[in-house]
Design a protein around this ligand. Structure first.
Ligand code: GLA
Length: 734
């Protein structure tokens, strides 16, 4: 996989891609190729020409070489490259000029873990470690490149090391830089906000710089940390795609720059805005990991590469291919109007519809009757939960259900015992009134005393042994990001140190409780990223449970995330977020391919539709093993229709769900072209026993149900008349 020539050309090649760069005669790392597999990668010719350019500055007196048109592996600023650099900082002379020269390299089997940060697991992999150094200021940079035998993902990270005798201030410390050759590219990225996460936007790569980033303290719903640069006009099946994400949950940036010579630079890593890191002599700084995918055949192939890798190498191994329990969550069933008796009632209701777990959401801890108080005080409310959580958990379990519970550990309400005792434990800056979000402040996770307190409080409850699931919530963006425990000249390190503290706490808890399913939530998808998903096997992707809203969210998220890491439930109708009325069926169908499926409805709402809900919960139970480890495909997505396919891991069952959003008469006849079937096999449609040939389902397509207008005929499949209808096809391979 990793080969090196005598003149120091490096190739990382597997059956998915080749990635090639070399040490240039000047000692700089020059990028040569990323893309299709090359049979002789060490002999690839540079597309970059060494020729005179007017106006350009020539690198250190060399006549035909300037860095502003040279594709590089880890560019700096100040020595002839004017583009946004991967490394930028202030040295002890007070200027910001650095040049990184190749020093040495090493190839190691497998993949070293990153200190203090989650990263993709190794196995059947090799890592190329390149050491670079600025000889003047003795700033060392170690670049890691990991390639796998069986995955189309390249993992990259950088480690900065101050080998000199004076302080260095890092300002840009990107994880990776990728210089792509000139081409007519488009960008795909996923943007949104609360309850409207994961909207896709496609734009031409503009001249100049296009950035998605976060300065909110979480990766955030505004921009998921994902970007794809692709051939213009790329479809699900055609077009080359370069996609990138980060294993990081804080302030990130993905910056795309189309320079004066049309080449495109992608930088991935910590957001340089409002970031500084002081590196004393002997100290090092580890960046988060950036993951890159090159896909040759469109967005479908890109998603398949991501899904396989995330499932196998990022998501916790313990839950790989493990079916998830169906559940009843108390949130939209009762909100804060919850007590022990209600939980036990809801547990009976859960049982009566066939759900396998009861999840006690917000509202169970001391004084928490609404969202104005008590975050931070993780002890059961004495009046409403007099026998305590361990006893409640065991009562629920005695009914034959699993038990799950909600925490929002990173937060504190000013109205809480914790805040009264330790006002300094919240992030704040001196002399300023803090801006609240949902009436709460963020705890200072840069502090070990805060981490220890949270660990003990949560451990106290989890140690009862009857908790099967934890929903880990986080419901505000950060402001006044300052720490009382950190010196003035390190305050711009606080955001990153917070994330390191969070990862420390999560490691401790998930290591102590490896069998608990942790679910990542941040008002839904405000921190849905591979950093969190390294610790937690699934995430609550959005608070939007209206099926039309949810469909868009799942469709967008599926570009990167396998649905194995998502949860969904049947929420109330009219929907509490957007007021839409929809059928139980379509509410279920929007999340039908998510690994964890449940219900969040009051007992009265459930009673009103009991048989139907029982039917869908029993389908969730019957298909739970299918919904992990399979293949998800987007077949159709337009303003009024969505169609997805899900193929089980053994390829024996094919599920196709079709949504028709707004009803209209006299519509065109629609078909969906299935993908990935065996052309020679027959597939039997469960609902009527009809046999379809694999090649016909793919090549000619499957007719979608039709909205009846006139007379209804027996041999035509109809949708329910009316808005927001859905249909699930199940094919068994013969
Ligand atoms: C957030 C979550 C919800 C619910 C509430 C509880 O909004 O996204 O699912 O848990 O908090 O306060």
């Amino acid at each position: 996989m990793i080969t090196v020539s005598k003149d120091k050309t490096f190739s990382l090649t597997n059956r998915y891609f080749s990635y090639v760069f070399r040490v240039s005669p000047e000692g700089i790392l020059e990028h040569l190729h990323y893309g299709g597999v090359l049979s002789d990668p060490l002999n690839v010719t540079a597309h970059h020409l060494r020729t005179q350019r007017e106006v350009s500055s020539h690198f250190q007196g060399s006549q035909y070489f300037n860095l502003s048109d040279t594709p590089q592996e880890f560019p700096c600023f100040g020595t002839s490259d004017y583009r946004f650099p991967a490394l930028h900082g202030r040295n002890s002379d007070g200027n910001t000029v650095f040049t990184l020269y190749y020093k040495s390299h090493d190839i190691v089997k497998d993949k070293p873990a990153l200190k203090g940060l989650p990263s993709a697991r190794g196995g059947d992999s090799e890592t190329l470690i390149i050491k670079l150094e600025d000889p003047l200021h003795k700033l060392g940079v170690e670049l890691h490149y990991t390639i796998y035998e069986d995955y189309g993902v390249l993992a990259r990270s950088a480690k900065f090391q101050n080998n000199g005798e004076k302080n260095i201030q890092l300002q840009h410390a990107f994880s990776s830089s990728l210089d792509l050759p000139q081409n007519d590219y488009e960008i795909l990225h996923l943007h949104g906000t609360w309850s409207r996460e994961f909207n896709e936007e496609r734009i031409d790569v503009p001249k100049g710089r296009f950035v998605i980033d976060s300065s909110r303290g979480t990766s955030s719903a505004a921009h998921n940390p994902f970007i794809a640069i692709m051939d213009k006009g790329t479809t699900e099946d055609v077009g080359r795609v370069y996609a990138t994400t980060l294993v990081y949950s804080g302030n990130f940036a993905l910056s795309v720059e189309r320079g004066e010579f049309e080449d495109v630079r992608l930088l991935a890593g910590i957001n340089p805005f409002n970031f500084h890191w002081r590196l004393k002599p002997g100290q090092s700084f580890q960046t988060p990991e950036a993951l890159h995918v090159y896909a040759q055949r469109g967005l479908r192939s890109m998603s398949h590469l991501w899904h396989d890798f995330i499932r196998d190498r990022v998501s916790p191994t313990r839950f790989r291919h493990v079916p998830r329990s169906s559940y009843l969550n108390t949130w939209e069933a009762a909100y804060f109007d919850i007590d022990e008796d209600k939980v036990l009632d809801l547990a009976d209701t859960a049982k009566s519809i066939g759900a396998q777990m009861l999840v006690l959401d917000d509202g169970w801890f001391e004084g928490r009757k609404d969202d104005t108080s008590s975050l931070g005080d993780w002890i059961a409310d004495k009046d409403r939960f007099p026998s305590g959580i361990p006893s409640l958990a065991s009562k629920v379990k005695a009914k034959g259900l699993k038990f799950g519970i909600w925490f929002e550990p990173e937060m504190v309400n000013p109205k809480s015992i914790l805040y009264e005792k330790h006002p300094d434990w919240a992030l704040h800056v001196p002399g300023r009134k803090p801006s609240l979000g949902r009436n709460q402040l963020t705890l200072d996770l840069t502090r070990d005393d805060v981490i220890d307190y949270l660990f003990e409080q949560i451990d106290d409850i989890l140690s009862c042994g009857d908790i099967d699931y934890v929903k880990w919530d986080m419901n505000r963006n950060m402001t006044e990001v300052g720490s009382a425990g950190i010196s003035n000249n390190r305050q711009r390190e606080v955001s990153h140190r917070y994330i390191l503290g969070l990862y420390k706490l999560l490691s401790r808890l998930t290591q102590k409780y490896p069998d608990i399913v942790f679910e990542n939530c941040a008002s839904g998808g405000n921190r849905f990223d591979l950093g969190m998903l390294s610790f937690m096997p699934q995430g609550w992707i959005s608070d939007m449970c209206d099926p039309v809203g949810r469909m868009d969210i799942i469709n967008g998220a599926s570009y990167l995330y396998p649905l194995d890491v998502t949860a969904a439930y049947i929420g109330p109708s009219p929907n509490h977020q957007n007021g839409r009325v929809s059928s139980v069926q379509t509410r279920f169908m929007a999340g039908v391919f998510c690994a964890a499926r449940g219900v969040s409805l009051s007992t009265a709402d459930i009673e009103a539709h009991k048989d139907e809900i029982r039917h869908w919960v029993s389908l969730a139970n019957a298909t739970s093993a299918d919904m992990v480890g399979g293949t998800f495909d987007r077949l159709v997505k337009n303003q009024n229709e969505v169609c997805w396919q899900y193929t089980t891991r053994d390829k024996s069952t094919i599920y196709v769900v079709y949504f028709h959003i707004l009803s209209a008469p006299n519509l065109p006849f629609r078909r969906a072209h299935l993908v990935g079937l065996d052309p020679q096999s027959k597939y039997i449609l469960q609902e009527n026993g009809e046999a379809y040939q694999g090649d016909a389902l793919m090549g000619s397509g499957m007719p979608m149900p039709y909205v009846a207008t006139g007379q209804v005929r027996d041999d035509v499949r109809y949708m329910d008349k009316g808005d927001f209808s859905s249909h699930l096809f199940v094919f068994e391979k013969k």
